[in-house]
Design a protein around this ligand. Structure first.
Ligand code: MIC
Ligand code: SF4
Length: 647
């Protein structure tokens, strides 16, 4: 039988295990990327694991998240990252060069290759026909050192695209439509593969918008075939030699097939406070907009910024709206600067923002109290914008411009005339200037790694206890994101200092949690987190596991858990357990004292754990599904211990 794109690329990279859906495999990683917010910890771990050089084809360290540099902390991190990169063979993209996923697509991505990134939007590379996966920093550190990346051989969902988008309907609307169909949870074991005649109507950056926001489906990754459009894009980037044709066999079979007729799509928005809360823009008409922000790794390509400029040209932003525009990369910025499009954006009354994650991660341009903020980014989790009372709507650049000009959320198809839809072609040649990407040193022995006071050591963990004498130190609800667990925004600068950052675990859910957990730890009581459905959605930040580990959390018990976060918990020795009977969630309360005996043996033998409540003897069955490799990690107290112990 023929193979899908997913199977072709994965099978060519398997180094451990057999390609059978549902079984654990280890794959070779060709390329890695890190960004500064997750990168410092990834490289500290790379060092702790004792590697002396990266073994990948390409590894790039980007600085794009913490660029505010209020205080010395971020600047210290950047210097650490720069010197580590120089020493160990990693390319270093300086702050100001742009957002990791946009640059990686432009300058490094290649069809048929594997990419592992310490950022959940790494799947952006799927727009070029690569298997690009987001993971925790420790997994990326291991991959940089030449180790395999472990995943469950996935189910493949084929999305058959037919027809072509109507004017003012965009790639963003395609992924929002798919999120409406698949939802944001329950897809953890799948990859999405696009196909059908509609693919040809989409440019590489449009495909990348779709695979980027595929992260919000909770799938492992999404991938497009590579074709003439891919070759043209690579050629315009001066990288045509990197082209390889990747397409599915005609008789490939899929676990599920979804057809989307592009010509029937309506413009959409993800409404507060989840990317999964999708509505047609026509339903939201009349909602006044206070802030409109165009940018992020989802929608800040040359195509998106040119579209924005063309739609704004000769017009003025509504007096009630603050419009901000951030190009995704220096290449985009320079191109729109030289061709005059930037001037059209400036004269419309827009604020020009730094080429960085910026507003998307909530470290700048927070909206006012109770504001409506319309954004082209990919996440609108509660509080992520930096203003808890703000309502954030996620839309296409087309719809964002319509909102900026009219002062309210509206359907861009109605607001603009279809004949005026700007046709943005991929340039024959992009401006290529990689001078802000520093090459590693040719004499690593001369490089001294800079470690400012903000750079701590990665904390260590003890091995898994045989009896968990635990206390439910927090109980949270459904769809808890890693933004809930470890807030970003103004707290980001403590990413390299676990002791400090741990003060903010669950800050918005329960500001006392961190202190309570540390007190318990001091008294020898193990902390247990209880969560609902789809615990750990969103970002790949392994701090959502490391900081709880530091606070003495031994176990997370929930109804279901998302992929990257689950892997991060295991990497740091926290047991990821689920209720055998989800109704038991309602029976457990905060401060319940639970005893779980025989933990080590049960984990070793793949048996359920039994939690017994001290107050009334209530007994609750917990499932812990682990591969053999994961059992070893949990028993050792995490991957670093496991490597150190040579287990
Ligand atoms: C995000 O979009 O949530 C982030 C910030 O890029 C994260 C990474 C992080 O927390 O540093 C992600 O997507 O993994
Ligand atoms: Fe940066 Fe936002 Fe993209 Fe995350 S989603 S990488 S914060 S632009």
């Amino acid at each position: 039988m023929g193979k899908s794109i997913v199977q072709k690329i994965l099978d060519a990279h398997i180094v451990i295990g057999a390609p059978e859906t549902g079984s654990a495999v280890g794959i070779r990683i060709d390329q890695t990327l890190t960004q500064d917010a997750t990168g410092t910890m990834a490289y500290l771990q790379f060092e702790a694991l004792g590697f002396d050089r990266v073994k990948t084809e390409v590894s790039v360290s980007y600085v794009d998240h913490n660029t505010i540099q209020e205080g010395f902390e971020n600047a210290d991190d950047h210097k650490y990252l720069e010197t580590v990169a120089a020493k160990y063979g990693i390319l270093f993209s300086k702050p100001g060069n742009g957002i990791c996923h946009q640059i990686h697509l432009e300058r490094f991505g290649k069809p048929g290759k594997t990419l592992l990134g310490s950022d959940s939007h790494t799947p952006t590379g799927g727009g070029l026909g690569m298997i690009a996966i987001g993971a925790g920093g420790l997994d990326v550190a291991v991959a940089m050192g030449g180790g395999p990346f472990y995943l469950t051989y996935p189910q493949v969902v084929k999305v058959e695209l037919t027809g072509a988008l109507r004017p003012w309907v965009a790639a963003k609307d395609v992924i929002l439509a798919l999120i409406e169909i698949l939802g944001t949870k329950g897809n953890a074991g799948s990859m999405v593969e696009y196909g059908g005649a509609g693919v040809d109507t989409l440019s590489v950056p449009e495909r990348a918008t779709i695979t980027n926001m595929g992260a919000e489906l909770g799938v492992i990754t999404s991938v497009f075939p590579s074709d003439e459009k891919t070759r043209q894009f690579l050629k315009a980037q001066g990288r045509e030699e990197g082209y390889a044709e990747i397409k599915a066999d005609a008789d490939a079979s899929y676990d599920r097939v979804i057809t989307i007729d592009l010509s029937t799509l309506e413009p959409r928005a993800a409404c507060p406070h989840s990317p999964g809360n999708v509505k047609n823009l026509s339903e939201l008409k009349g909602t006044k907009a206070d802030q409109v922000l165009i940018g992020s790794c989802t929608n800040a390509s040359y195509r998106d910024i040119m579209l924005t400029a063309a739609a704004l040209k000769g017009k003025k932003v509504s007096p009630r709206v603050s419009l901000g525009v951030a190009c995704g990369s220096r290449q985009v910025f320079e191109m729109v600067g030289r061709n005059g499009a930037l001037a059209d954006i400036i004269s419309s009354g827009a604020r020009i923002l730094e080429l960085a994650c910026g507003f998307c991660i909530g470290n700048s341009v927070a909206p006012r109290t109770d504001a409506v903020s319309v954004r082209t980014s990919n996440r609108n989790f509660y509080g992520r914008s930096g203003t808890a009372s703000a309502d954030v709507y996620l839309v296409s650049p087309e719809a964002a411009v319509a909102a900026a000009l009219s002062g309210e959320i509206c359907d861009p198809c109605e607001y603009f005339k279809s004949a005026d839809y700007p046709q943005i072609d991929t340039p024959e040649k992009f401006i290529i200037d990689d001078s802000m990407i520093l090459s590693p040193s040719s004499d690593p022995s001369q490089i001294e790694i800079f470690r400012g006071p903000n750079i701590g050591d990665p904390p260590s963990n003890e091995s898994c206890p045989d009896v968990i004498d635990g206390c439910v130190s927090i109980k949270v609800g459904d769809k808890i994101t890693t933004d809930h667990i470890m807030p970003a925004g103004s707290r980001l600068k403590y990413r390299s200092n676990i002791q400090k950052y741990a003060e903010f675990v669950f800050e918005r859910e329960d500001p006392e949690f961190s202190k309570r957990a540390l007190d318990n730890k001091g008294k020898g009581v193990h902390n247990i987190i209880v969560g609902g459905d789809s615990y750990g959605q969103g970002s790949s930040r392994e701090h959502a596991a490391i900081c709880p580990m530091y606070l003495g959390v031994k176990m997370v018990v929930c109804i279901s858990m998302e992929r990257i976060h689950r892997a991060n918990l295991v990497n740091f020795g926290i047991i990821p357990a689920t209720f055998e009977n989800s109704a038991d969630y309602a029976l457990i309360n905060r401060d319940d004292v639970l005893t779980i005996s025989n933990v080590r043996q049960s984990i070793q033998n793949g048996k359920s754990l039994i939690a017994v409540r001290k107050s009334d003897g209530l007994s609750i069955k917990l499932n812990v599904e682990l591969t053999e490799r994961e059992k070893g990690m949990i028993l050792a107290g995490g991957l670093i211990n496991q490597c150190r112990d040579g287990e």
